[in-house]
Design a protein around this ligand. Structure first.
Ligand SMILES: CCCCCCCCCCCCCC(=O)SCCNC(=O)CCNC(=O)[C@H](O)C(C)(C)COP(=O)(O)OP(=O)(O)OC[C@H]1O[C@@H](n2cnc3c(N)ncnc32)[C@H](O)[C@@H]1OP(=O)(O)O
Length: 461
């Protein structure tokens, strides 16, 4: 079992005992989320006070402590399945009894240490092993609970203060529009106003369903974003057997016909399996100006890909190359064949046919597959065909699931294609920093190429 999961289980007894004493955060009536139920002395200050967007930094301070008083701050939230995610930090107040996480480092012994103002969020970990924080209903917030507890004991001492803060996904005025047009099964997020807005199509990977949370967070920054399901959702194919690009072509045409989407082309944002689908869309379909891939493959994987009379077979894999790491979890990083060798080359996506700009976001500790190798070989392939060199941004210590900022890193979870939990790679702090930078890189890339705006970031390799 993953170390993190084991930690959650081993501490379960202690926490259960603590929870028996305190049945959990009291619901605060009237939405005064930031007001803390506390003794007169100690109070919690969030900035912004009551609610903020999930991908925004959150200021956290505690007032009214004793000079240099030692306290434990414990953050928690329950996802929509009711699963609990927790993190704690050990702190010492300043001489004036104030504790501001932007200025005060966390001490060793908590979920994180050092000066980490957002550590209580990015270090959240599930009690349930192999569980990942996802947001299914983006119209409701995650309710973050924060407790201030006396001392650094385990279990910690008495409750000094508690407060709740809402982490939202939809900025005021952003519209959520279910799309059931033709075969398309999607959700369109539109910024406030009439636009037209630069359009992006957002694809997740293996797992099916219709994850909307990255699309809606991106729409908060002025893009019209279509979260597109492509299997395992409503009347779409139940399994990942074969994909027809004509389905994705419908989605592109839907966006380009939309009065609030700015042409002449759209952007594509794909993660994991969604990444190679975006690369295939860019290679065979028209109307694409910019394609960003997060830990994607430059070979078609996991299912046959068809477009008109063209067929691209999925890259071969060998289950015998599945390793078991020291925690007993499957490591599939070597499972796929090399798409540069022999018959595997038939799976290599013909990127040279694309007429768009590319951005590859790479977690260098990705254990789903060799994302850096794929990005570098994709770059070589494009340049060998006289195409622009793509942007490649590599993040040391980042794993496979590079999500929007402050999503806690998922070390391992069920891989629906492999049929067992796999390790995704990454080290939590480095992974969190990668998520924050990648989010800026992706927005700058799309603003630059869909809007012609100068970007504020540099290209790192
Ligand atoms: C063997 C050797 C061969 C190997 C070949 C390898 C080739 C490699 C090539 C290919 C490589 C591809 C590379 C890649 O793409 S790697 C995978 C990349 N993953 C993604 O992009 C996420 C895609 N989307 C989803 O996962 C779903 O949409 C979610 C989960 C967001 C909701 O979707 P939906 O609303 O439909 O959810 P459900 O309630 O019906 O659950 C369905 C199942 O999902 C599991 N789940 C749900 N929630 C969580 C959670 N919070 N934590 C952990 N697990 C969770 C759970 O097992 C559940 O099953 P069950 O527990 O209910 O039974």
């Amino acid at each position: 079992m993953g170390q993190v999961a084991a930690l959650s289980l081993s501490r379960l007894s202690a926490r259960c005992w603590q929870r028996l004493l305190w049945p959990g955060p009291a619901r605060i009536p009237g939405g005064l989320a930031a007001r803390s139920l506390s003794s007169m002395a100690t109070s919690i200050r969030f900035s912004p006070a009551a609610r903020s967007l999930f991908d925004e930094p959150l200021g956290i301070a505690v007032q009214g402590l004793g000079p240099r008083q030692q306290v434990t701050l414990r953050a928690s939230l329950r996802d929509e399945a009711g699963e609990l995610f927790e993190a704690h930090g050990r702190y010492q107040a300043a001489d004036d009894g104030e504790l501001d996480l932007a200025r005060c480092p966390a001490l060793p012994g908590g979920s994180f240490s050092g000066l980490e103002p957002m550590g209580l969020l990015w270090a959240l970990q599930p009690r349930k092993p192999f569980w990942r924080l996802v947001k299914k209903d983006v119209q409701t917030p995650f309710r973050l609970q924060l407790e201030v507890l006396e001392g650094h004991g385990d279990p910690p001492g008495q409750l000094l203060a508690q407060a709740e803060h809402e982490r939202l996904f939809l900025r005021d005025g952003v519209r959520r529009v279910p799309v059931r047009e033709g075969r398309i099964r999607a959700t369109l997020f539109l910024p406030p106003g009439n636009g037209p807005f630069p359009g992006i199509i957002d694809l997740y990977g293996t797992g099916g369903g219709l994850p909307e949370y990255r699309a809606c967070l991106l729409a908060n920054y002025g893009f019209a974003v279509l979260a597109l399901a492509f299997y395992g959702y409503e009347d779409l194919p139940k399994e990942m057997k074969e994909f027809h690009l004509e389905y994705f072509e419908e989605a592109i045409n839907y966006m380009l016909k939309h009065t609030q989407v700015k042409g002449p082309g759209v952007g594509l944002l794909g993660f994991s399996k969604g990444g190679d689908l975006c690369l295939s869309m860019a290679s065979f379909l028209k109307g694409i100006t910019a394609t960003a891939v997060i830990n994607g493959s430059v070979a078609n994987v996991g299912a046959v890909l068809r477009y008109k009379d063209i067929t691209i077979p999925p890259l071969g894999a060998d289950a015998k190359r599945i390793k078991i790491n020291k925690s007993g979890i499957a490591d599939i990083v070597d499972v796929l064949n090399n798409p540069l060798e022999g018959p595997n080359r038939r799976s290599f996506i013909p990127l040279e046919k694309a007429e768009c700009r590319f951005l590859f976001i790479v977690g260098q500790d990705d254990h789903n597959w060799k994302s850096e190798f794929f990005a570098v070989e994709g770059s070589k392939h494009l340049q060998a065909h006289g195409k622009e060199k793509p942007e490649i941004v590599c993040y040391p210590g980042a794993g496979h699931y590079i999500e929007p900022p402050f999503f806690p890193m998922c070390a391992a979870s069920m891989h629906l294609l492999v049929g067992k939990p796999v390790m995704w790679g990454g080290e939590p702090k480095a992974h969190s920093e990668a998520q924050r930078d990648a989010w800026q890189q992706i927005q700058a890339f799309f603003h630059r190429h869909l809007n012609g705006k100068p970007s504020g970031t540099t290209n790192k390799l």
